[in-house]
Ligand binder design. Structure first.
Ligand SMILES: *[C@@H]1O[C@H](CO)[C@@H](O)[C@H](O)[C@H]1NC(C)=O
Ligand SMILES: *[C@@H]1O[C@H](CO)[C@@H](O)[C@H](O)[C@H]1NC(C)=O
Ligand SMILES: *[C@@H]1O[C@H](CO)[C@@H](O)[C@H](O)[C@H]1NC(C)=O
Ligand SMILES: *[C@@H]1O[C@H](CO)[C@@H](O)[C@H](O)[C@H]1NC(C)=O
Ligand SMILES: *[C@@H]1O[C@H](CO)[C@@H](O)[C@H](O)[C@H]1NC(C)=O
Ligand SMILES: *[C@@H]1O[C@H](CO)[C@@H](O)[C@H](O)[C@H]1NC(C)=O
Ligand SMILES: *[C@@H]1O[C@H](CO)[C@@H](O)[C@H](O)[C@H]1NC(C)=O
Ligand SMILES: *[C@@H]1O[C@H](CO)[C@@H](O)[C@H](O)[C@H]1NC(C)=O
Ligand SMILES: *[C@@H]1O[C@H](CO)[C@@H](O)[C@H](O)[C@H]1NC(C)=O
Ligand SMILES: *[C@@H]1O[C@H](CO)[C@@H](O)[C@H](O)[C@H]1NC(C)=O
Ligand SMILES: *[C@@H]1O[C@H](CO)[C@@H](O)[C@H](O)[C@H]1NC(C)=O
Ligand SMILES: *[C@@H]1O[C@H](CO)[C@@H](O)[C@H](O)[C@H]1NC(C)=O
Length: 801
């Protein structure tokens, strides 16, 4: 979520550490001849998304003309994926999503610089696969909860570890030309690993490492990886090193290394092969995720489908009784006005709030379901005190992707006004636009007292809070009496229409200095690119208010995921800055606030005192054990100076990820095959299979069984056998399509593909069969004889996957 500032600061840090290890994170030092993690991730994402769009187009009978090769660009893929839609959407979201993945990928070199498992160093194949497994499950769990940003972050990390395998191990030297699938299939055993006492390398000769891997090792096909340490030269006897100037182990016998990080690494000549394999392995990982989450959510994860979200935060206290019908009507109008247009949101979020409660958050992609949810709202409770408006808004802002549109309906002042700085921080980092519909700012006093209700009218000062927040986000605070509310609808619709980003042509402007305090950015210019002789002048204004601050807040985040029931401590530092450096002379205290959007318990100091311009503190957040895996939580730490004139913040996002206990794929056994496809007219015949599917005694259970390839019909039923739940899948289809691939998913996203084929095809294709031209005889007589052979052939196919 804090993507923009996150990226800028990261670029700087990563550039400093570019000499780490692994493929270069973002930028190549050898011109463009060495490929970076960024190049590899980008290429894999572009290819895989294009393939998915192609398969969707094919299944819908649409043409797909894009050639899938290594010249794909974000723009080409997005255009091809938008299919017959004439409105080509902005590519900003797709660009941003890919960037989130590769920045998270690059971050692994900083956060886990010394963790051998994260890089498959030191022969940690088992540990490396465990790291990968836990990241891959985190991706799947996040997507299931529609937390796409958290999903991209976990995916970026997984890509890093996976890609490093091809640079750091001897997989390429072993002559392999396809990815090592067992790395992303945790129920497969990792075979042929060089044991701890097996020597793997010999000295490089005069700096030439071409043949430093022992020939015996390669002959036996044993897998090894280089040792790496920046502090110590210790390594087990006879083992290969990573190599390079940072790696002390490569200075000791056997000297030199085997890494293929860049063209100038020890095994640099193999860099292109390693990078190609890393691309293919990343594509294979993306396919696994696609199978687990489905095409639609896969494209959303990649950032390809329109993903702004429309949010409504609605006050449901008793006093809203008069206004709630109107709030419903207005929100329905907003929803309907966007349907079928380019501004149609990809999802809708509803957060009701009350006193003292707020939420639960409802998120759906279906506009009608969403309207039904809004319709269920009724006003009750609350009354004499202000409501939890900003808490509800905070929940909506952290659940929605950046640049979403949020409407808040309320008639009461915020009880939780202390969240103002947190909301401001979220506005700044998400660039979401918040519009407040304030009913009865003026009239409520009269109306409430006439009704005998307690006085809960909003003063102008109360309303000012909402106005400030709206203004900071580029939205509006619309103050209306009940009678005006319908007129206000028009204003909202206008404002929401104009909130569409300006979609083509990014302009990069650099400033030498920025004014102190709050400001907005407006750019005026002349467009000379138009073909007309006359230039066109234009003006752009950023919708979000910008603020400069001399406070810096940085958190030392070690861990991006938390298990349900666990606590995480996050040390942070607040500093007073002056001209880009810590102002050593500054003293005094900062007021500190730590807030999270899930109302999880957290503790933090209420203030920290500076020494030499800096102050430290620790925030601890505790996730309840009831939290479900894939939930994400956003923690905001704000620091304000003593005079309350300057404020800054840091926003962190964590995923709640339960420990993975089920890494075993479901099993599928085809128990019978029916029908006969030997007839010459395929459409007149039917065939089918029955398969028993289970997730085993220790599995999490079957989540779904769907047809991945095939055009027949699938029915499933449940039964049990020996305490194990069995899903019985029955597939039947016309003989015109004689094969099927079932996609079987368990509750945590382990995928099994199960294939079946009609009989006649097997009979003609099987090499053992003595084919005769008398097809009738095969159909009626021979098949029953060969049935068991055929079933065992099929089973071996099934088990092989
Ligand atoms: C860098 O990329 C450009 C364009 O893709 C290409 O023409 C050039 O040869 C590349 N340079 C190297 C060193 O690979
Ligand atoms: C695209 O084409 C398909 C099939 O021709 C049609 O069902 C679908 O509605 C079209 N989509 C758009 C956005 O026009
Ligand atoms: C990667 O996959 C593509 C397409 O399947 C294939 O053509 C290419 O040879 C593979 N590259 C390597 C290095 O295996
Ligand atoms: C390998 O190189 C190291 C350092 O140059 C040297 O001390 C050692 O004797 C060499 N080992 C062999 C077997 O040549
Ligand atoms: C807030 O702090 C961060 C981290 O120190 C810094 O990069 C950022 O520029 C600060 N924000 C403002 C508005 O100055
Ligand atoms: C981060 O993790 C390392 C070990 O993995 C630990 O030594 C260090 O204290 C941790 N830092 C924080 C801030 O938790
Ligand atoms: C992250 O947290 C988990 C527990 O939630 C812990 O097992 C793991 O060691 C932590 N990792 C680091 C690097 O601190
Ligand atoms: C803050 O923590 C860092 C290390 O975490 C330490 O070096 C520094 O001295 C601490 N500063 C203060 C003011 O406590
Ligand atoms: C199921 O789990 C139990 C306890 O962890 C273990 O002893 C058993 O071998 C497992 N069964 C299978 C089939 O994996
Ligand atoms: C079998 O399914 C039932 C109902 O779906 C479930 O409650 C039970 O835990 C499952 N048993 C096993 C062993 O998975
Ligand atoms: C196939 O059938 C022919 C004639 O019936 C027979 O001569 C031949 O040996 C058979 N081949 C096999 C591989 O069974
Ligand atoms: C097929 O086999 C049956 C029985 O063996 C025989 O009666 C029939 O003539 C054969 N048909 C052809 C076309 O060879």
């Amino acid at each position: 979520m804090a993507s923009s500032c996150f990226m800028l600061s990261l670029v700087a840090v990563v550039m400093l550490l570019h000499g780490g290890h692994g493929f270069m994170p973002l930028f190549s030092l050898n011109g463009n001849s060495s490929r970076t993690h960024r190049d590899i991730t980008r290429e894999a994402v572009l290819r895989k998304t294009a393939e998915v769009c192609k398969s969707i187009a094919t299944s819908e009978g649409r043409p797909f003309s894009l050639t899938i090769d290594n010249s794909l660009t974000v723009e080409k893929v997005q255009e091809a994926c938008s299919g017959n839609s004439t409105a080509v959407l902005s590519t900003v979201m797709y660009h941003t999503s890919i960037a989130t993945m590769y920045f998270s990928n690059a971050l692994v070199d900083l956060v886990y610089a010394l963790s051998e498992e994260h890089h498959f160093d030191d022969e940690t194949f088992k540990g490396g696969r465990d790291v990968l497994t836990s990241d891959i499950f985190a991706v799947k769990a996040s997507v299931k909860q529609e937390n796409f940003i958290a999903g991209r972050v976990a995916l970026g990390r997984a890509c890093h570890t996976l890609q490093d395998f091809y640079s750091h191990s001897n997989w390429v030297e072993l002559g392999k030309t396809s990815p090592y699938s067992a790395l992303i299939t945790p129920d497969q055993t990792l075979e042929n690993l060089a044991g701890p006492n097996v020597a793997t390398c010999r000295n490089c000769t005069n700096g030439d490492c071409t043949n430093n891997i022992l020939p015996d090792l390669l002959q036996q096909g044993l897998l090894t990886s280089g040792y790496f340490n920046i502090f110590s030269s210790e390594k087990p006897a006879g083992k290969c090193s990573h190599g390079g100037s940072f790696d002390k182990t490569s200075k000791r016998d056997p000297t030199g290394g085997i890494s293929k990080d860049t063209v100038s690494s020890s095994h640099g000549s193999l860099h292109p092969q390693a990078a190609d394999l890393a691309v293919n392995a990343t594509i294979e990982l993306l396919e696994d995720i696609r199978l687990a989450v489905g095409d639609k959510d896969f494209l959303r994860l990649m950032g390809l489908s329109q993903s702004t979200v429309l949010c409504f935060v609605i006050d449901t206290t008793g006093s809203m009784a008069d206004d709630i019908a109107e709030a419903k009507r207005v929100s329905f109008e907003i929803i309907d006005s966007k349907r079928g247009t380019q501004q149609e949101p990809s999802a809708y979020i509803l957060v009701p709030f009350n006193d003292p409660a707020f939420g639960p958050l409802v998120m759906t992609t279906d506009a009608d379901k969403f309207k039904a949810e809004i319709n269920k709202l009724s006003a009750s409770g609350g009354g004499d005190i202000p409501e939890m408006c900003l808490s509800g808004l905070q929940l909506a802002m952290t659940a929605a992707p950046p640049s979403s549109e949020i409407f808040v309906f309320t008639d009461a002042p915020a009880k939780d006004a202390d969240l103002k700085s947190t909301i401001n921080a979220l506005i700044e980092s998400t660039k979401s636009v918040v519009t407040f519909m304030l009913t009865d700012v003026l009239a409520s006093r009269r109306r409430r007292s006439a009704q005998g209700a307690a006085n809960r009218a909003m003063s102008q000062a109360d309303a000012q809070l909402y106005r400030d927040l709206a203004k900071a986000s580029g939205g509006q605070a619309i103050e209306v009496t009940k009678s005006d509310l319908s007129a206000a609808t028009t204003v909202i619709e206008d404002s929401s229409a104009s909130a569409v980003p300006q979609s083509d042509g990014n302009i990069l402007v650099t400033f030498n200095n920025v004014p102190a305090g709050e400001f907005v950015l407006r750019i005026k210019g002349e467009d000379s690119t138009t073909s007309r002789a006359a230039t066109t002048s234009f003006q752009r204004q950023a919708s979000t208010q910008i603020k400069s601050s001399s406070i810096s807040v940085t958190a030392q985040v070690n861990n991006t995921s938390i298990e349900p029931g666990a606590s995480l401590s996050i040390p942070f530092t607040v500093a007073s800055m002056s001209n880009g450096a810590v102002n050593q002379n500054a003293s005094g205290a900062f007021t500190v606030k730590a807030q999270n959007d899930r109302s999880y318990t957290s503790s933090s100091p209420s203030s920290v005192t500076m020494s030499e311009g800096k102050a430290n503190g620790t925030v601890t957040i505790t996730v309840p054990s009831s939290a479900s895996s894939g939930t994400d939580v956003t923690l905001t730490i704000t620091a304000q100076d003593a005079s309350a004139s300057d404020i800054n913040f840091t926003v962190m996002r964590f995923s709640v990820v339960a420990a993975v206990t089920d890494v075993t794929r479901p099993v599928c056994e085809v128990v019978s095959t029916t029908g006969d496809c030997s007839s010459s007219v395929c459409s007149s015949a039917q065939w089918g299979i029955t398969a028993n599917i289970s997730d085993g005694v220790n599995g999490t259970g079957i989540d779904s069984v769907t047809v991945n390839q095939g055009s027949g019909t699938l029915n499933t039923s449940s039964s049990t056998s020996g305490g194990i739940n069995i899903t019985v899948a029955t597939y039947s289809a016309s003989c015109c399509a004689q094969s099927v691939e079932l996609r079987i998913l368990d509750k945590v996203g382990n995928v099994r593909l199960c294939t079946g084929q009609a009989k006649a095809v097997t009979v003609t294709a099987a090499p053992l069969t003595n084919t005769t031209t008398n097809s009738t005889a095969i159909g009626l007589h021979s098949v029953s004889v060969r049935h068991s052979l055929w079933v065992s052939l099929l089973l071996s196919v099934v088990w092989w996957y």
